[in-house]
Write a protein that binds this ligand. Sequence first.
Ligand code: ATP
Ligand code: MG
Length: 380
Amino acid sequence: MTDKLPCEIQEIIDALAEKGHAAYLVGGCVRDRLLGFVPADYDLCTSATPDEMRKCFASMKVIETGVKHGTLTVVHRGRACEVTTFRTEQGYSDRRRPDQVFFTSRIEDDLTRRDFTINAMAYAPNGESGECIDLFGGRQDLQKGVIRTVGDPAERFTEDPLRILRAIRFAARLDFVIEENTFAAMEAHKALLAGIANERVTAELIGFVMGRAVRRVSEQAASILSSILARPSVVHDSLAKDPCVRLAALYRQSADSLAHLRLSKSMAHCVKTLLSYKAPLPQSQSEALFLLHEIGEEQAVKLCQFHEDTAALSLVMAAKESGMPYTIHQLAVNGNDLLQAGVPGRAIGCQLKEVLVLVMEGKLVNQKEVLLKHILEQQT
Ligand code: ATP
Ligand code: MG
């Protein structure tokens, strides 16, 4: 934790401190630093209001990402950092966003609204010997590897049921156990998950399946996850670390529930293909070429990974690298060549497909003269 901060972050903190405001690292970055990881991003919280912050950051680029909630994004020397005024939250009548946020001058209030003890620590790099504020035993839970809510778990999950999925995600990612009372409240309130926006569910599920302890947690949390997808399957840790492969594994027995996920078009298509492709996987180079032809490189690789079929995967990789064609564009002849050789325009598409199949079957060599000769023989 004594590791030096990136200088951009230190300078943002200094800009606040110079004008007499308290400034802390908070949340995920404190957790990750204590675990010895380099945080992906740094969140700061401060006693300064957004107006006061703007004055401190006069020489930096500021984006108004969430002023109403006290958040500004400062982009300083190419690094973006969210800075948020200390705040409390009250009322979650839509079970999603707090009805009102109140700014407060006390870091303690800000930490109390946070979800888990390991996420509710603050660190003051300018404080005496760089002090860590840990009101709820977050440090100890980090050491023991425990996910525990700040305060009463039933209350915290009722306020914001997304936290149920966040607990599952952090348990899988960090390989932590979920504390008993916290877990009991997650199970008791799992029905509330039905009310969460699909985009948020999707983001948490992707984080969860990518976690290194996904097998253990997907087993333990099966009944909770069944509030989201009909029959959650156990996801094995040995699976390739690819979100499509791992989501397909989770939805193996619940393909009908996939429609709820808010995935990009290409991810949705990929997961669907992995689950609907029922033909046997390739056992020869020729079969590997046909698979590549049918579903494309990326999905062919993922399909073998999804079925953990390393022999098929090797065949697909070898076929990909063999230089053998599996699309019409890779053939040694094109439409122009055929036209010039006198093949009627309407027959060209068909002819190309036909020779491609023969080449993939190994019955023709992918050489211009060979292919042309074959095609012209067909014409006569
Ligand atoms: P990650 O590394 O996945 O980003 P993180 O802890 O930074 O993990 P964020 O979603 O970025 O997670 O949230 C930042 C911090 O905000 C959390 O550490 C936590 O203190 C607080 N927080 C986020 N979401 C919630 C929530 N739903 N309820 C309460 N506190 C939350
Ligand atoms: Mg974060």
